[in-house]
Structure formats: C-alpha cells, structure tokens
Design a binder for this molecule. Sequence first.
Ligand SMILES: [Zn+2]
Length: 57
Amino acid sequence: MYDQHTADVPPARPAHEPTTVERGSFCTARCACGWSGPARRSRDRARADADEHRTTA
Ligand SMILES: [Zn+2]
C-alpha cells in the first residue's frame, strides 16, 4: 500500500502570475501557463498586458 492521495489536495489550478521580460528595446509579458503578450516598446504597456491576462485568464 502506498500513500493515498485523496481529496485532500485540491486540483492544481495554474496560478497566473505574468512577469514582464525585456528583449532588446521591447518588453513582453509572459506567464507560466505559456501565454505571452505582444512585444511592447513600453514596459507599462507590457505590464498592462500582464494585468489583463491575470484578470481574464
Ligand atoms: Zn497565465
């Protein structure tokens, strides 16, 4: 008999914590779920993309 994984553990729900990644003069929002936003020239815009993903994903 091995360890019993029962309903104790809630189903894993991926947390969406997007971060902004700078590439050259562009900034892109990225998330652990695989999502990535469009390349932005402004970091504020990339952050806005990240916020939008966090609230809509
Ligand atoms: Zn995500």
